[in-house]
Design a protein around this ligand. Structure first.
Ligand code: ZN
Ligand code: ZN
Length: 440
């Protein structure tokens, strides 16, 4: 028997639990009570603020990318570098994958994100929502984590600290524009209220989905009812709930709001994540054992691994920089691989312990993935800056390609993993494995 509609229901994208919709007060966040995922950050005036920030970002973008960041002066010679130089240097040295990763993460995607937020916010301000605009916002949501200007800024600071004792450093206008670009990009992330944007992009659906659920599945009677159990699949991009006619895990449909493919659970999530975790583990071996950088001093080459670079900072007393590089280059990739392996084992064997903590660990893994690119960006800057011919020059070495590929594969592994499977397997009588009782 079908009850009256249960209005204003949404589902958590990380544990799939159905939640009664409550208005989130201004400047407050609503959090999933089961897994701790932040469902919404209510930012009043989000469209105006994002529009203003994206215009500022577009104004500083070209000078930030094209103007020299810093100039290095030594023995009457000087060398300067901008962001484009770093990409070209990798390309000239035939490190195409590293060059490509640097190009997209510091030049292409940051510009695309600024353009997308500008176009979408402007059209929403003019009250012109459209299907095309929703597709563009979907692209924004996917590209967001691949733009890494803040990681590049930290790399600039580390390069400055590395060279400050050996050469005279001049700060150029490009550096200040780049800092402004990082602040603007960070500001957009903080003030952008995605839930509000989706509501504005789809004005036909002002309230969250109205669900028809069976009488015995009312949320007040069954507080841990999942979307899958109630016969709904959640769009992971715009968080719209779609009714599923077929309640098997193979359900596949298209989101009517953002056009994303929607599945009850990500297809092949476990095997894809496992394959990517194994690949990144294998890539991390040559990444750490082979030399990543080569310093030529008076024609004598000296190659160093990631660990050598860290030890150099620790020996010279730059403990903070040494620890930052050690965390970003060694601990973060290791944490990602070990963490994802724990999540895969828990989901496969149904280990129902510390589920909330495991969900939090998954969110940390997704967040920190990009920071591993730090060492690559430091090398990118050093090879552009330190090129004084026969006297001294810095070159990139083979480990950088393996390291870059390891960063990309661990980021993809976090994207392919579906944390809802963890809750399905570990919570008694939960989700899709309960579909038989639902069909009765
Ligand atoms: Zn949740
Ligand atoms: Zn959607």
């Amino acid at each position: 028997m079908i009850s009256s509609p249960t209005p204003n229901v949404s589902a958590c994208p990380q544990c799939d639990i159905l939640l009664q919709h409550h208005e989130t007060p201004d400047h407050h966040a609503s959090v999933c009570p089961r897994c701790g995922f932040v469902m919404r950050n209510n930012r009043p005036g989000t469209v105006d603020k994002v529009l203003a920030l994206s215009i500022t970002g577009l104004l500083v973008y070209l000078p930030a990318i094209l103007l020299p960041l810093i100039t290095l002066e030594k023995l009457g010679m000087s060398d300067k570098a901008n962001v484009v130089d770093t990409v070209l240097q990798f390309f000239a040295n035939e490190y195409y994958f590293v060059s490509f990763m640097t190009l997209v993460s510091t030049i292409v995607f940051p510009l695309m994100l600024l353009l997308l937020t500008f176009i979408i916010s402007l059209q929403l301000k003019r009250n012109h929502p459209s299907k095309m605009l929703a597709r563009l916002f979907r692209a924004y949501c996917h590209l967001e984590e691949w733009a890494m200007v803040e990681v590049f800024l930290l790399a600039i600071l580390i390069s400055i600290f590395k060279m400050i004792h050996t050469a005279n450093i001049v700060f150029n206008a490009g550096l200040f524009c780049f800092i402004a670009l990082v602040f603007v990009t960070f500001g957009i992330c903080v003030v952008l209220d995605k839930v509000r944007y989706w509501e504005l992009l789809d004005p036909t659906e002002t309230a969250p989905a109205t669900l028809l659920v069976k009488e015995n599945q009312r949320l007040d009677k069954q507080p841990e009812l999942t979307a899958a159990q109630a016969g709904f699949a959640l769009c992971l991009t715009c968080h719209k709930l779609l009714p599923t006619t077929n309640r098997s895990t193979e359900f596949s449909g298209q989101c009517s709001r953002c056009g994303e493919k929607v599945h009850l659970r990500k297809p092949g999530a476990m095997s894809r994540t496992l394959a990517l975790v194994i690949t990144s583990t294998l890539l991390l071996l040559p990444a750490n054992l082979l030399p990543i950088m080569q310093v030529d001093f008076l024609g004598v080459p000296d190659r160093s691994t990631i660990l050598d670079g860290i030890l150099y900072f620790l020996k010279t007393g730059s403990y903070l920089i040494g620890i930052i590089i050690m965390v970003a280059s060694i601990f973060v990739p290791l944490f990602k691989v070990v963490g994802l392996s724990i999540l895969l084992c828990s989901a496969h064997f149904g280990m129902p312990y510390f589920l909330r903590q495991k969900s939090k660990m998954f969110r940390i893994i997704s967040f920190i993935g990009r920071w591993s690119m730090l060492d690559i960006f430091v090398i990118a800057l050093l090879i552009s800056l330190v090129d004084f011919g026969f006297f001294t020059s810095i070159h990139v070495a083979p480990a950088s390609t393996f390291f870059c590929m390891a960063v990309a594969t661990t980021m993809l592994a976090a994207i392919t993993f579906d944390p809802r499977i963890l809750w399905d397997k570990c919570s008694p009588g939960s989700a899709t494995n309960n579909s038989n009782t639902l069909n009765q």
